[in-house]
Design a protein around this ligand. Structure first.
Ligand code: GRF
Length: 187
């Protein structure tokens, strides 16, 4: 069994899609949901599926001993970031080198970096009259949205669409592609 930890800070729709996908999977198990946000929707998602959740503040996330102990105890092999709004500390990037991935709701390197998250990404895509947008799944390094790209999927930006509708289309793409890409990487 490969054990995944999902790190998330928000509503957790990607976490939900991933958990559902790997339910009863023969070789992959979601063993932990970790969040920095005590009111994140993702905590309820974890409870609903009887997955251990941990709420970790910024100082604790940077504490190598504590975090390693938690991840080692649950035999975590792979970390999936799904809307995690904290910088991953260097010791974790090193410990899980090539085994941490993130998803971004745009075609990186465009519309990435610090401050580029949530609806702002889609508003900026529209403001710049882009004709296409999409998702990027990439490895994580010490900088925001900067690691090697694993997969991109593109959609056309429909004329006169608003940012909310575009966000929903991009999220649907995330839910479709993130779980199966993780599965491929764990083969
Ligand atoms: C996703 O759109 C993802 O691309 C970004 O954060 C968002 C998380 O959404 N990194 P959710 O909490 O999975 O619904």
């Amino acid at each position: 069994m490969k054990h995944i930890a999902i790190f998330a800070s928000g509503k957790g729709s990607n976490a939900q899609a991933i958990i559902q996908y790997f339910k009863n999977h023969p070789t992959v198990k979601v063993a932990l949901v970790l969040t920095n946000n005590p009111s994140a929707g993702v905590i309820a998602v974890a409870h609903e599926h009887k997955i251990i959740s941990a709420i970790v503040n910024t100082a604790t996330l940077k504490n190598e001993q504590t975090v390693s102990k938690l991840l080692d105890a649950l035999k975590i092999d792979f970390i999936v970031l799904a809307g995690f709004m904290q910088m991953i500390p260097e010791f974790l990037v090193k410990k899980f080198s090539g085994r941490i991935v993130n998803i971004h709701p745009a075609l990186l390197p465009k519309y990435g970096g610090k401050g580029m998250y949530g609806i702002k990404v889609h508003e900026t895509v529209l403001k710049n009259n882009e004709t296409e947008t999409g998702i990027t799944i990439h490895y994580v390094n010490e900088r925001y949205d900067d690691g090697e790209i694993i997969l991109q999927k593109t959609i056309r930006v429909e004329p006169n669409i608003n940012a909310e509708k575009l966000a929903a289309q991009v999220q649907a793409l995330e839910h479709e592609w993130y779980p199966k890409t993780i599965e491929q990487l764990l083969k």
